[in-house]
Ligand binder design. Structure first.
Ligand SMILES: [Zn+2]
Length: 186
């Protein structure tokens, strides 16, 4: 078994789940921003893909190349079309090993989630636990939570969030709390 597999196995399953959840949410945010930058032709292709049997939209992260891609694929026709590309810093081999707390992006993200103790919510409580604040992601607010990728959670306040003045899509109990959203460059 390669060393990085052992590291992943050694992680608590809940932490793994939280990182996967955070990745899914980040991906939904990324897709909604990428889609806004598509020209009409690519937008049509995107929409066709969503509605066509055997077709799909994929977010592909090329770790060594250093790119995040939005792809339209059709398994039946065996086609793949790149809709959008954003170049990112390539990961170094050391990042995969990612010993906890010793640098490497993977462990940075996991560590931050653990530090602020993010807990996702399915509805907004009347009272928040002591020392915690209400936060939502940057997806357009919608009801119920989860719609279109709009997610909310409670966490310990840190500098990755900023006050938000939206009406939280009119969610029950939203007006009872001052709330925050994730800063754009986090
Ligand atoms: Zn808001």
């Amino acid at each position: 078994m390669p060393p990085w597999m052992e590291v992943i196995e050694a992680r608590e399953e809940t932490q793994m789940n939280q990182v996967t959840e955070a990745l899914t949410i980040a991906m939904a945010d990324w897709v909604s921003m990428a889609v806004q930058q598509l020209d009409q032709e690519r937008m049509d292709l995107f929409n066709r893909c969503v509605a066509t049997e055997g077709a799909d939209i994929r977010v592909v992260v090329c770790l060594r190349e250093g790119a995040v891609l939005l792809e339209a694929t059709n398994m039946v026709a065996g086609t793949r079309f790149e809709l959008f590309r954003e170049d990112v810093e390539p990961l170094r081999p050391a990042d995969y090993v990612g010993h906890r707390g010793e640098g490497g992006r993977q462990s940075d993200i996991a560590l931050r989630i653990k530090e602020v103790d993010m807990r996702y919510i399915n509805s907004i409580p009347r009272k928040l636990p002591e020392g915690r604040v209400l936060v939502h992601n940057r997806v357009r607010p919608a009801r119920p939570l989860g719609t279109g990728g709009f997610r909310a959670w409670t966490q310990i306040k840190d500098d990755t969030i900023e006050p938000c003045r939206c009406n939280f899509a009119g969610h029950p109990n939203a007006k009872l709390h001052k709330h925050y959203k994730v800063k754009l460059d986090v």
